[in-house]
Structures are given as structure tokens and as C-alpha cells.
Design a protein. Structure first.
Length: 410
């Protein structure tokens, strides 16, 4: 690229901001991630020994930094994203088969694995809802399995453009993932999956028309369910309107209200005795205080500084994706579809973790999604470097054209 091309690549302020925004947002994301980790380690050092703090620092490297780093650095082009998306989707389909089997047979296949291996694990117990067994496969918890399906469904929407032989194959895979999601009988992931698909559709070209078509299909499915003999059972298990385990909703509301009071007493860096305060407020269920909300758990333990930095990671990741998508010249390109899928993953993640603590596979998966968002920004940046430049309207206004274009400024 000549000096003239470089100087006038984005001559107006709006395009200059868009061009530089992804790099700035990636730096901001890394900063808030470091703040979140160091706040946790600082509070740990304040209440614990140096040796134990170093041990938790190693956990942070393995559980947070490693998945984030690998996902952000290894996905360098659309082909790599495609391979990762299809690998995760295929893995989730296998888990769907296991989940449906567990739900139908009322048999958790991995329940006795911890005993056979001689390890102490607090998960993997039989959990039912109404007369249904909540499938969990190898994740140890139904919502954790449901979270995998939320991410997989978002990425499966990306895979649609790669299915050339028969779209029926894609729909069969989609129904299989939905079946696995239903087998968890976890209402939080159900809502999260719907939100993820809506965000995916609205982030793409011709969003309104596609959204209306999707709404029509969903309306037809709802109508069929309502006139079926299973309508009462389905409605009873729906979130917000169902009557099955409605006390769980009340418990979550009480937990949120009590936690907000405790957080406001120690707003900056949280409280060290919040568990005792929750016990005093009679928030014990099943012999334990179940903080069924990741945001609440972080706010109680790390205060608003930790909570804002945690949420800031995913908010910055979403803005990074959007800023990168705005730079793409072709709204129907493969990179744009990948961005839609990642936005769906982030939206589904933010909804799901509001209904469950960060347990089992959940943190590993959401840090990986955050890393993929950074990798996506780098992929778009490399894509645009390879895109030819042409003069439009004025020799001082250059525009990037799709990769197939042959013209270039001389």
C-alpha cells in the first residue's frame, strides 16, 4: 500500500473511528479481564495465605487465561472458525443423544463415574422436575449441559451456510440440539437459546424480514403445541408462567433482593462474610445457600469493582464484534455470519449465567467465547488487509471492496 493510500484510507471521522475501534476494544477487554483476575487474587491474599493465593493464581491461569489466550490467538481465519464451530456442534449433538437417552430412560449414565474413579465430586446427582429427569451427561449439572446447547445452537446457525447438499441435514441437527436442550428441563437455557437466535437473526442482513419469518414459524409451533394433549404439561414447565417448582423463582427473587442489600453495605470489594449473612436471612435451601446467579456471586465476593470488570469483558467483546462487522464490505460474507454467531453466543451466555453459578464447564466455555470474540476481531483485520482498494467518487476517498475485486489504486 502506498503512502497516499494509507493516508486517505478512512478520511472521514466516522470511518476512522470504526477502523481503529476493534483494536481499542481488544485492549480494553484485556484490561478489564486483568482487573477482574487481580481483584480476586488481591481479595484472596487479604484473607488467606500467600501460598494459597499463589495456588489460586495458578487456577486463574489454567481456568481463565489459558482458554482465553488459545481461543483469541489460534483462530486466525474463517476456516479455523468453521472447524471450531462444526467440532463444537458435533460434540453437542453427541451430548444431545446422551441427554435424550438419560431423560427417557431416567438413567444418568455418568452418575457413578466419580465413585468408580475414586474422586470426590459434588455434582452428578439425580435431579428431577415434575416427573422428568433432568439430563446432565458428563457435565454434572443440567444447566451446565443446557449452556453447552445454547452455545452450540448459536454456532449451528453459522454452520447453515456450509450445508450445500441438503438443508434437511441442518434441520435434523437443529432438532437434535433442541431435543438435548429440552432434556435438561432447564428453563434458563431455554430462554437463553431463544435470545441467542433472536440476536443472531437481528445482527444479519435483512434482519426484520428474517425475524418475521422466524416468528411465524415459532407461532405455528406454539399453536400446534397448544392444541396438542401435552399443552398443559408444556405450559406448566415454562419459565415465568409455569407452576412446576414455582418456589424456585421466589427463592431467586429473595436471593437477589438480599444480595443487593449485602453488596450495597460493601459496594467496592464485596464482603468476606456474605454466606453467614445469607444464612441469617433464611436463604438456605436443600441444606445449603445456593447462589443461583453468577452476577450475584461475583458481586457478593468481589464487589462492584469485580462485577463491573466481569461484565465489562463480555460487553467489550460484543462491541468488538460489532465494530469488526461494520468494517466488512460485504454484508453476506462468511465473516459476517461468524460475527452473528458469536454475538448469539455472548447473548445466550449473559442470560444463562444469570440463572446459575459458575460451576463445572460453564466458566471454561464463557472464557473461550470471550477469547473467540478477540480472535474474530483479528481475523477481520487480516481479512481487510487482503481486500483490494479502489477509488470511489474522489481520489481522496478510498473504499475496501470484496475480496473478488481486481481493481487497485495505482
Amino acid at each position: 500500500m502506498s503512502k497516499h493510500e494509507s493516508e486517505f484510507l478512512y478520511p472521514d471521522p466516522a470511518r476512522s473511528w470504526i477502523g481503529a475501534a476493534p483494536i481499542r476494544f481488544v485492549a480494553t477487554l484485556l484490561l478489564v479481564l486483568l482487573v477482574y483476575v487481580f481483584v480476586q487474587l488481591g481479595l484472596r491474599l487479604h484473607a488467606d495465605t500467600l501460598t494459597n493465593t499463589v495456588r489460586y493464581g495458578l487456577y486463574a491461569i489454567l481456568d481463565v487465561a489459558l482458554p482465553y489466550y488459545v481461543a483469541s490467538r489460534s483462530l486466525r481465519d474463517a476456516k479455523m472458525f468453521r472447524d471450531v464451530a462444526m467440532s463444537l456442534v458435533v460434540m453437542a449433538m453427541l451430548l444431545s443423544l446422551i441427554g435424550v437417552f438419560e431423560s427417557v430412560k431416567y438413567w444418568l449414565l455418568y452418575a457413578n463415574l466419580s465413585t468408580a474413579l475414586g474422586i470426590d465430586w459434588d455434582y452428578g446427582s439425580y435431579l428431577g422436575r415434575s416427573a422428568l429427569l433432568r439430563a446432565q451427561a458428563a457435565t454434572g449439572q443440567p444447566i451446565a449441559l443446557g449452556f453447552i446447547f445454547v452455545v452450540a445452537i448459536s454456532l449451528h446457525a453459522v454452520v447453515y451456510r456450509y450445508i450445500n447438499a441438503s438443508k434437511k441435514i441442518w434441520w435434523l441437527g437443529f432438532l437434535l440440539l433442541v431435543g438435548g436442550l429440552i432434556s435438561t428441563v432447564s428453563r434458563g437455557p431455554w430462554v437463553a437459546a431463544i435470545v441467542a437466535l433472536v440476536v443472531f437473526r437481528m445482527a444479519g442482513p435483512r434482519a426484520f424480514g428474517g425475524f418475521m419469518k422466524a416468528g411465524l414459524v415459532v407461532g405455528m409451533i406454539v399453536g400446534v403445541v397448544l392444541i396438542s394433549p401435552f399443552s398443559a404439561t408444556v405450559i406448566d414447565h415454562l419459565p415465568f408462567v409455569g407452576t412446576v417448582e414455582a418456589e424456585n423463582v421466589v427463592y431467586r427473587q429473595r436471593m437477589l433482593e438480599a444480595s443487593l442489600q449485602i453488596i450495597m453495605q460493601n459496594p467496592w470489594f464485596g464482603s468476606s462474610d456474605y454466606m453467614y449473612q445469607l444464612v441469617d436471612l433464611d436463604l438456605v435451601i436443600g441444606g445449603m445457600v445456593d447462589i443461583v446467579n453468577t452476577y450475584v456471586g461475583i458481586g457478593l465476593a468481589n464487589g462492584l469493582v469485580g462485577l463491573v470488570s466481569f461484565v465489562g469483558v463480555f460487553a467489550t467483546a460484543a462491541v468488538t464484534i460489532i465494530a469488526s462487522m461494520l468494517r466488512l464490505p460485504d454484508p453476506d460474507c462468511e465473516e459476517r455470519t461468524i460475527g452473528q454467531g458469536l454475538l448469539g453466543c455472548l447473548a445466550g451466555t449473559l442470560v444463562t449465567i444469570a440463572t446459575v453459578s459458575s460451576i463445572t464447564i460453564i466458566p471454561l466455555l464463557y472464557w473461550t467465547v470471550a477469547g473467540m470474540s478477540v480472535g474474530y476481531a483479528g481475523m477481520v483485520r487480516r481479512k481487510l488487509r487482503e481486500t483490494p482498494l479502489v477509488v470511489l467518487e474522489s481520489p481522496y476517498v478510498l473504499r475496501r471492496m470484496p475480496a473478488g475485486a481486481r481493481s487497485r489504486v495505482s
